[in-house]
Design a protein around this ligand. Structure first.
Ligand SMILES: Cc1cc2nc3c(=O)[nH]c(=O)nc-3n(C[C@H](O)[C@H](O)[C@H](O)COP(=O)(O)OP(=O)(O)OC[C@H]3O[C@@H](n4cnc5c(N)ncnc54)[C@H](O)[C@@H]3O)c2cc1C
Length: 431
């Protein structure tokens, strides 16, 4: 006999868990399936000898949808926001003070007087730009139109890179990039104590407390459809072990290719998967017994797409006296790969002598940061979902879905929309 549920959620990352928790709070019977043994997806944290490694550097945008949804669900978010001190711009192998505010802009030798004036003007002007008017424009086109000096353009592009994670300014939609940088500078970010698994754990506890049945090590292999009606309807799913569930609605909170593979033969979904241009990064994570240069906390590549940051300076991620350092290279835009030695070289510049203090380390050459960048032609408004118009009862959630935000913000914004729509539907049926 088939098992039944009101809503079947595929995927136990932040997006799936948040959607499930909100739906269950709204009175729906929810079953969530995660193929892995553990929940969290890309928000997973690994602990080694007291060092907490996120899957690459993770910052929660305090003005974004993820913070909003977690807040509404009562999920505690503990950590600290990085302040401006200890930041460097890295250009042609040299460190310069990072022009992150008025004082550092005056002091830095990264730019000459005219460049400083232009950078100040561009960053101030950026706050007033209406991002929604930039539809159809790439970030590169916006930079070319608004920043005249090449050396200033490099610096502004680096600020966009660190807040969007995208190195491909030609492909990235300007509306998404500008909105993201505006939010990042206005409200700032937070590094989470203990890593993002703390958010996952609290979210999973919230979901279970609301009544969600969470099934791990359960790979969904098919979304079942009724194809008799004018529009097909999702009516349940089948797990890899053969178990079948009947459901009133199915929410897939995975990558575009996961969605396409669950509904084979669906050309629209196959098209979404084919069009998605993933945003990738290489990541070197290092747990040190101490920092050789305790005041050097951040390096941002200006001529190269590099990032190095001591997250443990702000959040509890390392044992007392130790340091957790993230080094990353934003891939794309002509830089399709990174070697471990390249990233080691970045850390050599920020923390010379770090190798003598290594307790634990990990190199991951090609992480998927975002399943799809908001593309130039379509912008945020042109992203797919969360409603899958041509399959009734099917919804998608993820960092490639819907008109709001990037990264985890897009996942949780789309989760919120799906929960609102499905709760509304239940209310309408009950009335
Ligand atoms: C290096 C790096 C840095 C990042 N930095 C930031 C940052 O600073 N700020 C930020 O906001 N975001 C950041 N992100 C992005 C953030 O981690 C993701 O946006 C977020 O975790 C995505 O959550 P999700 O639930 O949408 O997807 P995922 O975490 O990918 O979860 C999808 C889940 O679905 C499961 N699944 C897929 N198919 C099936 C199936 N058939 N059956 C069962 N289960 C299935 C998968 O196993 C997975 O657990 C970063 C990501 C990376 C990799």
């Amino acid at each position: 006999m088939k098992k039944t549920t009101d809503v079947a959620v595929v995927g136990g990352g932040l997006g799936g868990l948040a959607a499930a928790a909100m739906l269950a709070r709204g009175g729906r019977r929810v079953t969530l399936f995660e193929k892995s043994r553990h929940l969290g997806g890309r928000a997973h944290t690994t602990e080694v000898e007291g060092y907490h490694f996120n899957l690459g550097p993770h910052a929660l945008y305090l003005g974004g949808a993820a913070a909003r949804v977690l807040g509404r669900l009562g999920v505690p978010v503990r950590g600290r926001s990085p302040r401006g001190e200890g930041g460097f711009a890295l250009r042609r192998g040299r460190l310069h003070a990072l022009p992150a505010g008025a004082v550092s802009l005056l002091m830095t030798d990264l730019l000459g007087a005219a460049g400083k004036l232009e950078l100040g003007r561009v960053l101030t002007g950026l706050r007033r730009v209406d991002a929604a008017t930039l539809e159809g424009m790439s970030l590169r086109e916006w930079l070319d139109a608004h920043v005249s000096r090449a050396e200033v353009r490099e610096v502004v592009a680096a600020f966009f890179r660190v807040s969007t994670y995208c190195a491909d300014a030609d492909a990235l939609a300007a509306d998404a990039a500008v909105a993201q940088l505006q939010m990042a500078t206005r409200q700032g970010v937070l590094y989470v104590d203990g890593g993002w698994s703390e958010l996952v754990g609290a979210l999973a506890a919230t979901a279970r407390a609301a009544g969600v049945e969470v099934v791990t090590s359960a790979r969904v292999e098919l979304v079942e459809r009724d194809v008799g009606a004018s529009l097909p309807r999702a009516r349940g799913l089948r797990l890899a072990d053969g178990t079948e569930y009947e459901a009133g609605a199915v929410v897939v909170a995975g990558a575009p290719r996961d969605v396409a593979s669950l509904l084979p033969g669906d050309e629209v979904l196959a098209g979404w998967a084919a069009e998605a241009e993933p945003v990738k990064a290489a990541s070197l994570e290092v747990g040190l017994s101490r920092l050789p240069r305790p005041r050097a906390l951040l390096a941002l590549g200006v001529d190269r797409p590099w990032y190095a940051s001591v997250h443990s300076a702000w959040a509890r991620l390392a044992p007392e006296g130790g340091a957790m350092v993230h080094v990353a290279k934003y891939l794309g835009g002509g830089d399709a790969e990174a070697s471990e030695s390249e990233l080691e070289g970045v850390l050599d510049m920020l923390q010379p002598g770090w190798r003598e203090h290594v307790v634990t380390r990990r190199f991951l050459p090609g992480l998927t940061v975002m399943n799809a960048l908001p593309a130039k032609k379509k912008g945020l408004a042109g992203r797919p979902g969360p409603v899958v118009e041509h399959v009734r009862g099917l919804y998608v959630v993820g960092d490639w879905v819907g008109p709001e935000g990037m990264l985890a913000d897009a996942s949780l914004a789309s989760a919120e929309t799906v929960a609102r729509l499905l709760r509304g539907e239940a209310g309408a049926r009950a009335a």
